[in-house]
Design a protein around this ligand. Sequence first.
Ligand code: GLU
Length: 465
Amino acid sequence: MTVVTRFAPTPTRFLHIGGARTALFNWLYARHTGGQFLLRIEDTDRKRSTEEAKAAIIDGLEWLGIDWDGDIVYQSERADRHAEVAHAMLEAGNAYHCWCTPEVLQTMRETAKADGRQPRYDGTWRDRDPSEAPDGVDPVVRLRAPREGETVIDDAVQGKVVTANTQLDDMILLRADGTPTYMLSVVVDDHDMGITHIIRGDDHLTNAARQAQIYRAMGWDVPTFAHIPLIHGADGAKLSKRHGALGVDAYRDMGYLPEAIRNYLLRLGWSHGDDEIISTEQAIEWFDLGDVNKGAARFDFAKLDNLNAQYIKTAEAGRLLGLIAPLIEADTGVTPSAAARKRLAAGLDGLRSRSKTILELAENAKIYSSDRPLEFEEKAAVLLDPDARGRLAALRTALEDHDDWTEEALETAVKGHAETQDLKLGLIAQPLRAVLTGRTASPGIFEVMAVLGKDETLGRLADAA
Ligand code: GLU
């Protein structure tokens, strides 16, 4: 059997982080098994679905590198097919017309509540003669659901999930205006798309029993369900914006790399021993539904930051430079000059080892991208008192004749100079950092000098005079 999975987002909002994880698990399972991963946009709620959300979902998946097979299926375009299936069920006697008006249903619910029963549809029209139908009422179509026994789902994550059929009333398949309900549409689409595995959040677990009833009424194979636990905040509470329940685009804007998000989402609810850094190739090789955790996963920004830092360390240099250039430009209003770009490339390794996000990297990179004269942070400016400026002027003079501009040679030269002046190295190094970077924290000062080069270093030193 070829595995076919799908991601079926509702485009009423952007691709949020939980949805991205659902998509990732479906994608990985399909790639792991050599099967197919399909994308269906569930846009039947025309009023609440937006083009903007559709575009954001597609964009988010592409950014994450989650590619789907074949064309996107739009659920709204398939309403006729959904209705056709409902009519087939009517024909076969597995569905029936119900002429209860909203008022009648309301009364039914109230009576049930007053009697201490669950407010369910009582099956009034299940066996009633259609000739008794009231005039002027358009009927809905309801499933003739089994009344005895149990509906059993063998969930690949949750195990056996048993629902007594008395708990499930005869659900509506077609509304009075002939439009299909969500429950019917999902089943017909999954069947027609040949879906073999439905991997989704466990907030849909209660739908699975009802959906299984529709499959069985049509004599269709029920796909394997795998309901994955929802993501909670680090404190165990339901995921809110504060916890990270944001759109994927927000993570991009916060400076996370897609491979870090992918790795993080993978570990959020799935594990392979103690492995933390897992490449996409390894994930595809290892991913299996049996290793999905049953307990709710906790979203932890600190862990995501750690992973992101790891991926920033190994990312291709040109790509990182391409990511930070527009950020620097947006922030400073200045396009980095050719000299600045050269310095950025030379200093990248020292910068990236100190940056957890692309935003941090861009911020740290300004020590190299800025052209003279630098702006000084207040703490750095304070270090540059007249005494310190005097020490820097002497250093500048000493360095004028120095030509070996490597980190090691500079370290020897500056230390030697400090000794001849009978000064502790800190008394020179601290103001030196301030004058060369405008800051009090930076990569090692000799590395900074080497990256800046002789002219720029001496120029920045001269600016302090
Ligand atoms: N459209 C549903 C949602 O976005 C998913 C339905 C499903 O996966 O069966 O929550």
